[in-house]
Design a protein around this ligand. Structure first.
Ligand code: AMP
Length: 281
């Protein structure tokens, strides 16, 4: 496995790797969710590249950029054990040189959900992912369903700008009690960690209603809200039952609809989602 900080060296190594190339962008503090993307890329492609970059442009003022967990040596050991070929760990100043002023803005689909709570977030995400695509020139790029809106934004950007690559979205990896793995779970103390299961419980409550025949969007949103409000350490930021393509809220829910939510547990902001799959009713 080759590890570099330098763009020129990255390009040189990339050019030397024959066959199909799979790319997994990450912010480090790697866990089994990230590992699942690398494993999928490893299975699909001849060579695999990973970026580790805590992207300042996607953090708002007052968010956790400074506190975001960093574990470079452990991350590199994990990537080596997973069979990654190439890891890029760029410095922020090389991706955003002095005077930087070029941004990728995806419009409608970035506005609801995370876009409402984190203005500017997806401009930072789309910009850095476009820059990473230009650097790695992958044939396939792997993203987690955990960040469903992010995956939708990247798909839109790839289509709109004509990046010659395939976006592959992989299932959310969860703890045995349902909590979606996230680097931010490291912020939770023991009591908050217990309370954090409320995200998955709320999604399951809405899914159970749907499976029982309920088709009203507001009823499903209400079920999620009730579950969140029953947990004293949890504070709702949003609950959503949306069209998976446009992310606009649904009055009438159908198979494929996306249940999603953002919840604060103490000072930690967590997100999760589930796609509703039909049982024919
Ligand atoms: P991050 O390091 O948080 O920017 O995440 C890098 C990639 O890993 C993104 O595509 C995430 O959606 C994905 N990811 C994060 N957590 C999970 C998870 N629990 N299961 C699957 N993919 C995940």
């Amino acid at each position: 496995m080759r590890v570099t900080e330098q763009l020129a060296e990255l390009r040189e190594i990339r050019r030397s790797l024959p066959g199909t190339f799979g790319f997994v962008p990450t912010m480090g503090a790697l866990h089994a969710g990230h590992a699942s993307l690398v494993e999928r890329a490893r299975a699909d492609c001849d060579a695999v590249g990973v970026s580790i970059f805590v992207n300042p442009a996607q953090f708002g003022p007052g968010e956790d950029l400074g506190a975001y967990p960093r574990s470079r040596e452990r991350d590199l050991a994990l990537l080596e054990s997973l069979g990654a070929d190439l890891v890029w760990t760029p410095a922020a100043a090389s991706l955003y040189p002095p005077g930087y002023q070029t941004w990728v803005t995806v419009e409608e689909i970035t506005r609801p959900l995370e876009g409402t709570c984190r203005p500017g977030h997806f401009r930072g995400v789309a910009t850095v992912v476009a820059k990473l695509f230009l650097a790695f020139t992958p044939d396939r790029a792997y993203f987690g369903q955990k960040d469903a809106q992010q995956a939708a934004v990247i798909r839109r950007m790839v289509r709109d700008l004509g990046f010659p690559l395939e976006v592959v979205v992989c299932p959310t990896v969860r703890e045995p009690d349902g909590l979606a793995l996230s680097s931010r779970n490291a912020y939770l103390d023991a009591e908050e960690r217990r309370a954090a299961t409320v995200l998955f419980r709320a999604l399951c409550a809405a899914r159970a209603l749907y499976d029982g025949g309920e088709r009203g969007g507001e009823a499903l949103r209400g079920a999620m809200r009730a579950e969140i409000h029953s947990e004293p350490l949890a504070k709702e930021e949003y609950v959503s039952v949306a069209d998976p393509g446009t992310l606009s809220e649904l009055d009438r829910v159908e198979d494929g609809a996306l249940l999603s939510l953002a919840v604060r547990i103490g000072r930690t902001r967590l997100i999760d989602n589930l796609a509703l799959e039909g049982n024919g009713r």
